[in-house]
Design a protein around this ligand. Structure first.
Ligand SMILES: [Zn+2]
Length: 183
């Protein structure tokens, strides 16, 4: 690849997604139900420390806020994607903005037509994401690097979130109302 150095400078913006489709396809939110009251709920989000500070700031501004998701591991992200790919093999390219990471994930699917179970696809996507440079991986979802949390819609005013100056504040994804806050 040419111009790699130049590309590095803008890689975060180029790779950044403006979707967080993890929740769209019937994921069982109970598995990431971390919405119990108390200060430890923010600890359990396992966020980067400056992002955890933002979550605490949000709690101070809006004590009733309910956090529904924080850092996710690669295997979980891959499994969520695989669950969609198994029913639509073009789901990745149709859902995400085209970035280096997304193109390589879609290419893996295209070049493994015999991988037709969630387990096989998830394993392939996990291996691929593990091998990616951090900046590429982070562009797929800020949850992977602990730089995003999701908030139960209307559990706080939107103004309390925008006051945090997030890089991302997504309020609707694929018909589902999800509040995703990324830094
Ligand atoms: Zn999110």
């Amino acid at each position: 690849m040419d111009n790699l150095d130049a590309a590095q400078n803008s890689v975060y913006e180029e790779e950044e997604q403006d979707v967080d489709p993890f929740h769209e396809e019937g994921m069982n939110l109970d598995t990431e139900d971390i919405s119990e009251a108390g200060s430890s709920d923010i600890d359990r989000l396992n966020l980067d420390s400056d992002v955890a500070d933002k979550a605490r700031e949000l709690r101070r501004r809006a004590p009733g806020v309910i956090f529904t998701s924080g850092r996710r591991d690669i295997a979980r992200q891959a499994r969520a994607m695989a669950g969609n790919v198994v029913v639509n093999r073009r789901w990745i390219e149709q859902t995400y903005r085209s970035t280096t990471a997304i193109r390589s994930l879609q290419q893996w699917v295209n070049s493994h037509p015999n991988a037709d179970t969630v387990d096989e696809i998830a394993r392939g996507l996990t291996d691929l994401m593990n091998a990616m440079p951090e900046a590429q991986r982070m562009g797929i979802s800020k949850h992977l690097s602990g730089r995003a949390f999701d908030v139960k819609p209307n559990s706080c005013p939107t103004s309390a979130i925008t006051a945090l100056s997030p890089r991302q504040f997504l309020q609707r994804e694929g018909g589902l109302v999800i509040w995703h806050v990324g830094f």
